[in-house]
Design a protein around this ligand. Sequence first.
Ligand code: PMP
Length: 449
Amino acid sequence: MRPSYLIKPALDESYPEIDYGKGIYLFDQAGKRYLDASSGAVTANIGHGVPEIILAMHEQSKRVSFVYRSQFTSEPAEKLAEKLADLLPGDLNWSFFVNSGSEATETALKIAIQYWQEKGIKSKTKILSRWVSYHGITLGALSMSGHPGRRARFVPLLEEFPTISPPYCYRCPYQKSAPECGFLCAIELETAIKRIGADHIAAFIAEPVIGAAGGAISPPEDYYKTIKRICEENHILFIADEVMTGFGRTGPMLAIEHWNTIPDIVALGKGMGAGYAPIAATVVSDHVMEPILKGSKVIISGHTLSANPQSCAAALAVLEYLDNHQILKEVESKSVYLKNKLDRLKTQFPFIGEVRGKGLLFGLEFVQFPAAKIPFDPSVKLTELVVRTGRDHGILLYPAGAGLDGLSGDAVIIAPPLTVTKREIDELIALLQTTFIEVYKTLGVPLEN
Ligand code: PMP
């Protein structure tokens, strides 16, 4: 058997080898071009092959590529921490650098528990989350995740953290509509806290827009205001998992800013290094750091490559690029442009049950019978079919959906680099159209309205 590296999702499939990337396109060894409509895994936020980032990493590597965090700090790490403190809302002023989103949420979990311990409360160890969510693949992060597919094999090893309903209006668990619903899914947090006891709960974690597990599920107005109020009233920290949504993916630096809410702890990743370097961060507010700084003065976490100078230089260069080209200012107008076109596709292809999202993070949920919102049978593997057909036709889509008894079962994420132009959005839509025509042909069944 030919040895192969083991991180491909399907080990029995062959994958095209990529030769190079430029802007929103990737080119494989055979010369085929792919429009990166998902920025990989919502990561390549400024596109591929940006010379400024490569140069900044090169310059840093000429000075020093690695220092160990318990021996030294470095100029790029210090600058990056300062810059994040400036750019993030409220008193989110303390950055703990790690290498992946999972490490960032796992660190957030640990800091939340430590915060209460430093205050002398040892019983607050549970983290509440939502049953459609994804916070990472390591065991702590997976314990907080409502993603049955990724959890199933490891359930015996996971902490049994309680979950509440997601703000999934398309399939409202209460069969109501916002705002008349009174945000019952948020009120569930209060009910859960009463049941479990606030003295056992350290924090509530949420993705401001639910990504991989749901396909860009964006909450109704006032949802987070209610969540934050309940957290504050019950002395529970609010962790925003902005690994997918942060660094301007939806316009502002943090997606939670859309709802004028300031979390106590934030997890960042993906767009932070924009694919140029593995870097992520847990950013902690002054008031959470206060008892830690007065108490043990140490955070018992960290990784060999935490705050790697070359990765920090990449993240700094990404921030500079976003600023120099005023990229985030244009996210909203591009978002409206793309949303209109996706809505038009929905009328053309009735298997698109819903177009949803925020900024340049959109989800399409697929259903077999749109009027009744009946999903495809899981045996159809619709998401897989759409993603594979897209790739064959030169467009990259990100599969989403946790597949909870059909809830958010089939969805894809459309999240091109924030640098995408309107002309490139037109091309993205044309490629989606070709893909969907082909998917209809493969299904060979009429899709009812
Ligand atoms: N949190 C969220 C919201 C994510 O989308 C992801 C990755 N899809 C993670 C955490 C985990 O990040 P990573 O894959 O970098 O470990």
